[in-house]
Structure formats: structure tokens, C-alpha cells
Ligand binder design. Structure first.
Ligand SMILES: Cc1cc2nc3c(=O)[nH]c(=O)nc-3n(C[C@H](O)[C@H](O)[C@H](O)COP(=O)(O)O)c2cc1C
Length: 327
């Protein structure tokens, strides 16, 4: 194995794709550092959402997605990754130290990396064309390869998940601190973070699965039928920080794979941000066999749907710490 360090342009190219990762409220809660032989990922506590995400689970998922995006991009650029998760017991925010090894990317590696710039959160209604079981099976397999459980949710379990999401939306609507954070981080027009109004459809009170009530609502929803999205719950067998980080990596794999097969996706965590409701999802949807980490809506965007506007990101320079560390 040829360990090493790619040139600066290659590292920056991989980081430029890593920052396209999805994150809760588009907070982009990550910082990156470049060492002599290793790339380091840190959680950025200044971007926390204490009322929405008090135990930083959504933040860890977001950073896990960025970590997986980095690995996918780097592999496609000819450097596979060896990831050491939570390498420093003295610093819980040091999420990963990443070693790089020369490789020859496969066409699948390249295709997955190409999906990064095409993947977007699609909050519109999805069409009712059937989804081949093989598509769902592939998503389940990709999550499983990264140590997560991806459970398709139907029938009574789906009803329970919808009920729980409704209960979360109702509780959040009465929580001034949650609403304050949501207002700060959404309804945006021209910043490099937060959820822009152009990516948020106007409220649809009749939908059975309530969407998070971001401020704004300029995205035109062309679907005339009720939403036919299918639901998945991604879970893990443990619920510690490393499991949550890994769940974010698996989320990234699921979203990029879905993008590659043409499916629209939207991650949802509102129902899991309230401990008692999260417990209900664990028991009522996952049969008490795994800890739910994130819900994924997926389906076909209507053929009449125009391309989604891109959500903004901070640049690599804005998330890269200036000093180098010698490790
Ligand atoms: C952990 C996590 C939780 C999220 N929760 C929600 C949610 O509850 N509702 C929603 O509409 N989008 C949710 N998202 C999607 C983000 O808002 C989205 O990734 C971000 O705005 C960037 O947009 P993009 O995914 O189109 O690049 C979540 C994403 C992550 C990673």
C-alpha cells in the first residue's frame, strides 16, 4: 500500500465536494485541517442548534455525511481513505483522522463522486410511479455495508411514523427556542449557509407527512397528486457518538446511491429530535431493534418538476483552519 499525501489541488478538490454534504438546517457544522500525512475533520460547536438538536446528534450525522463525501471524492481522485474515527479521547470534537492510500478508482467510485453535485434535498411532492424493489434493495445494501440498518417503512409502521412526525411538528410549533433557531437558519436569500426560501415549498397543510416549517416558501411544487414518497428509517445498533457519525456516513451513501439511480430524496429528523418521540419510533417502527438516526423520504420527482436551485455552501477556505498540524 502506497501511503502518502496528494498535492494541495487534489486535497482541495476533494474538500470542495465534501462541503456539498447535506447538513441539518444547512449549518455545515464542520472544520477541516490538513496535516503532513493526514486530513482531519472536526465538529464546529459554534454552529450548534441547542434547542433543535440538544445532544448534537444531527450535527454528528451531518459531519458523518461530509466525511463520507470526502472519502468518495478522494477515492474517485485516486486516493482511497483509511478513517480513524474519534481518534483523540481528549478532544471529542476531533471526529476523524483520515489517511490516504494511492488507488485506481473504479467506474462505480467515479459515478458515486459525480452524484455529489447532483444530489439535492427535494422537499416537493413525489410521483406515484412504482419504485423497483431492486432500487430499494440497493439502498438497504449500501447502508448495511457501512454498518447501518435501513428499514423500509410501510403499513402500520408508516402510520405510526407519520403520527409521530405530526406530534413533533405540533410540539415544535409551541417551542419558542426551536422556532427562533428555525427562523435564524431559514428564509434566507443570499447567505452561504442556512435553508434558502427558493428551496422550500409553501406549506401544504393537507399532506399526511408534515414537512419542517422553514421560513419562506418560494419553491414551486408542480405535482398535483398527493405526495407518494416512500419512507425509510436509518438506524444503528448502538447510540454513541461514533455510531451517529457512522450513521451520517451511511446516510451519505444512501443519498448518493439514490441520486445515481434517479431518485429524489429528503432527509427528515424532526420526529427524532424529541427524546420521547424518538423512543416511540424506535419501539413502534424499528421493533426496538435499532436506534433511529434519520428518516429518508424518497421517490420520483414529477417529470414536470424544474431543476432545483442549488443550496449555497461556505467555501473550502472558510472551513479550513489556517494552521497545519504535524501528524
Ligand atoms: C442530519 C440532517 C437532518 C436534516 N433534517 C431535515 C428535515 O427535518 N427537513 C428537511 O426538509 N431537510 C432536512 N435536512 C436537509 C437539509 O436541510 C439540507 O441538507 C440542507 O439544507 C442543504 O441542502 P441540500 O441537501 O439540498 O444540499 C437534513 C439534513 C441532515 C444531514
Amino acid at each position: 500500500m502506497e501511503h502518502g499525501m496528494p498535492d494541495d489541488a487534489t486535497v482541495r478538490a476533494a474538500l470542495a465536494l465534501a462541503v456539498r454534504a447535506p447538513s441539518v438546517h444547512n449549518t455545515q457544522p464542520w472544520r477541516w485541517r490538513i496535516g503532513d500525512r493526514t486530513i482531519h475533520l472536526y465538529l464546529d460547536p459554534t454552529r450548534a442548534l441547542p434547542a433543535t438538536d440538544p445532544d448534537q446528534r444531527d450535527m454528528l450525522l451531518s459531519c458523518g455525511a461530509a466525511l463520507h463525501h470526502f472519502s468518495v471524492a478522494s477515492t474517485a481522485l485516486g486516493w482511497s481513505t483509511i478513517v480513524h474515527r474519534l481518534p483523540d479521547p481528549e478532544d471529542p470534537n476531533h471526529l476523524a483522522a483520515i489517511e490516504l492510500v494511492r488507488n485506481h478508482p473504479t467506474p462505480i467510485d467515479v459515478a458515486l463522486s459525480e452524484a455529489i453535485t447532483r444530489r439535492q434535498t427535494d422537499r416537493r411532492r413525489y410521483g406515484s410511479w412504482p419504485i423497483p424493489p431492486g432500487h430499494r434493495g440497493l439502498l438497504v445494501e449500501r447502508a448495511g455495508a457501512l454498518g447501518a440498518i435501513l428499514r423500509p417503512v410501510a403499513d402500520r409502521a408508516r402510520d405510526r411514523l407519520i403520527e409521530t412526525t405530526r406530534a413533533a411538528a405540533a410540539q415544535h410549533a409551541q417551542d419558542p427556542e426551536y422556532l427562533f433557531e428555525l427562523t435564524i437558519w431559514s428564509g434566507r436569500h443570499s447567505t452561504s449557509d442556512g435553508v434558502p426560501t427558493r428551496n422550500t415549498p409553501s406549506p401544504r397543510p393537507k399532506d399526511e407527512l408534515p414537512a419542517r416549517k422553514f421560513a419562506g416558501g418560494e419553491l414551486v411544487d408542480t405535482a398535483e397528486q398527493p405526495d407518494a414518497a416512500q419512507l425509510l428509517v436509518l438506524g444503528t445498533s448502538a447510540d454513541d457518538r461514533v455510531s451517529r457519525l457512522r450513521a451520517g456516513e451511511a446516510l451519505s451513501a444512501v443519498l448518493l446511491t439514490a441520486t445515481n439511480i434517479g431518485l429524489a430524496t429528503c432527509a427528515l429528523t424532526e420526529a427524532l429530535e424529541i427524546p420521547e418521540l424518538r423512543r416511540q419510533v424506535r419501539v413502534g417502527v424499528l421493533d426496538d431493534s435499532a436506534y433511529p438516526q434519520v428518516i429518508v423520504r424518497f421517490g420520483w420527482a414529477p417529470t414536470s418538476a424544474p431543476p432545483l436551485p442549488e443550496t449555497p455552501r461556505r467555501t473550502v477556505d472558510e472551513v479550513l483552519d489556517r494552521f497545519e498540524i504535524r501528524r
